[in-house]
Structure formats: structure tokens, C-alpha cells
Design a binder for this molecule. Structure first.
Ligand code: CMP
Length: 232
């Protein structure tokens, strides 16, 4: 059992940007220099504004990256799952953490000291290219989110968020795509930048049209085509 878990951990880690460009031997050396950190559900790994000295790769579970406004309102930048990397901005652009990382479910993450990342990218230029590719993808996605905030209505943004969560966490079953996002409706609202009431209304409308079935902290996408059209 322990071996199966270890093997599946390794498979996840191998897909992370730091590792995917490395040969097996360098990947094993890198993995040995990282520390596993357990983050129980609801716990915060680091806060926006903290000094950052490590980057992380999610091995198991989900975390949310969020920022708060002066008056305490929260906005979610991203939901992270296995294989996702975070905590590198404060390394490449030295300064405080740009977001707060909180576990949405019990999670395990591997941590690597920023100094070690510098050593890694100097020795393996292909790792730098991989990291640049991920940063570019993130900028692309952030631009899209910004455009959606300006050009799309709330139901459109909810549909898009469900499609995105579905592509990353969904499991196809006979009755549809099961998306266990583990988010409360408040968190879903923070992810699409709208009030909980408006997001609830959009979800109820999708359910009434039989595009989705709502479950606690999950949705089942029943009509993928219509939902994705609404999110375009
Ligand atoms: P860092 O600033 O060290 O800590 C917070 C992390 O959140 C940051 O590094 C990035 O890894 C991540 N992050 C910040 N902004 C975004 C974003 N818009 N989308 C996804 N991840 C982000």
C-alpha cells in the first residue's frame, strides 16, 4: 500500500514543471532535496505579504490562492491540484508573497528552497524554459480572466469556471462529468469575481436546464456542449 502511494506520488511529481524536463537521475536528486509538508484542510501555508523563500509542488489535495482587498473581500486567483507549482513569483521577482495559499482539502506539498531553484535553473537550462512556459501560460490565463471580467456576464464566467475545474478535476462517468471541486458556493463566487447570490442563481439556472446536477462541493456536468457554449 505504502509503495503504491509512493509510486503515485512520484508519478504526480514527475509531471510538475521543475521535473518534467529532467532525466530520471536528476529528477531523483531533486526530489531527494525537497521536503514534504502536510497542510490540513483550512490551514494556511503562507499569507499574502509574507517573505517567501520556498516554492511548492502539490502532491495531493487542493489548495486555493487568494488575495484580499483592504475591506476584507476575497478574490481567488486559482485552485491548485496535484502537479501544480506555486510560490515562484517571490523568487523571480524578489518581494513579498503575492497571494495567500490555503488548503481546501487535506493536502501534501513538496517544498524547495529558492536558493536550490537558482542552482537547478543554472545547471539545467531546459528547466528554465519549462518554468518560463508555465509563467507564460499563467499570464495567458490571467489575461483571459481579465477579459471575461469585462466582457462576460456572471453565468458565462460560472460556466467557464466549471469547465476549467472539470478539465482538471473531473472524472467521466456514465451519467456525466463528475467535478469534485471541493469549493463552497462562497469560494466559487470568489473565483468568478461575483456575489454568492448571483453565482447561486446561475447554478440554479444551469440545474433547471439539466446542464448540471448540483451536489455539495461538487457538480455533475450533464450537458457538456451547452455548458461550454455558455462559457465561450
Ligand atoms: P508567490 O508570490 O511567491 O506566492 C503566491 C503564489 O501564487 C505566487 O508566487 C504564484 O506562484 C501564485 N500566483 C500568483 N498570481 C497568480 C495567478 N494570477 N494565477 C495563478 N497563480 C498565481
Amino acid at each position: 500500500m505504502a509503495n503504491t502511494k509512493e509510486a503515485s506520488d512520484e508519478a504526480v511529481v514527475r509531471t510538475a514543471p521543475l521535473f518534467s524536463a529532467l532525466d530520471d537521475e536528476s529528477a531523483a536528486t531533486l526530489r531527494a532535496s525537497m521536503t514534504m509538508v502536510k497542510v490540513p484542510k483550512g490551514n494556511t501555508l503562507f499569507k499574502e505579504g509574507d517573505a517567501g523563500d520556498r516554492l511548492f509542488v502539490v502532491v495531493e489535495g487542493k489548495l486555493k490562492l487568494g488575495t484580499s482587498s483592504m475591506d476584507g473581500r476575497e478574490n481567488l486567483l486559482s485552485i491548485l491540484g496535484p502537479g501544480d507549482m506555486f510560490g515562484e513569483l517571490s523568487l523571480f521577482d524578489p518581494g513579498p508573497r503575492t497571494a495567500t495559499a490555503t488548503a481546501v482539502t487535506d493536502a501534501r506539498v513538496l517544498a524547495l528552497a529558492h536558493d536550490q531553484v537558482i542552482g537547478l535553473v543554472t545547471q539545467h537550462p531546459q528547466v528554465s524554459l519549462e518554468l518560463l512556459a508555465r509563467l507564460a501560460q499563467r499570464l495567458r490565463r490571467t489575461n483571459e480572466v481579465l477579459a471575461d471580467l469585462v466582457f462576460s456576464d456572471v453565468p458565462g464566467r460560472v460556466a467557464k469556471a466549471l469547465m476549467d475545474l472539470g478539465s482538471r478535476f473531473g472524472v467521466q462517468k456514465d451519467d456525466g462529468l463528475h467535478v469534485n471541486h471541493d469549493l463552497t458556493q462562497e469560494e466559487l463566487a470568489q473565483l468568478v469575481g461575483a456575489s454568492r447570490e448571483t453565482v447561486n442563481k446561475a447554478l440554479a439556472d444551469f440545474a433547471a436546464r439539466s446542464w448540471v446536477r448540483l451536489e455539495p462541493r461538487a457538480v455533475v456536468v450533464l450537458d457538456y456542449e451547452r455548458l461550454s457554449k455558455r462559457g465561450k
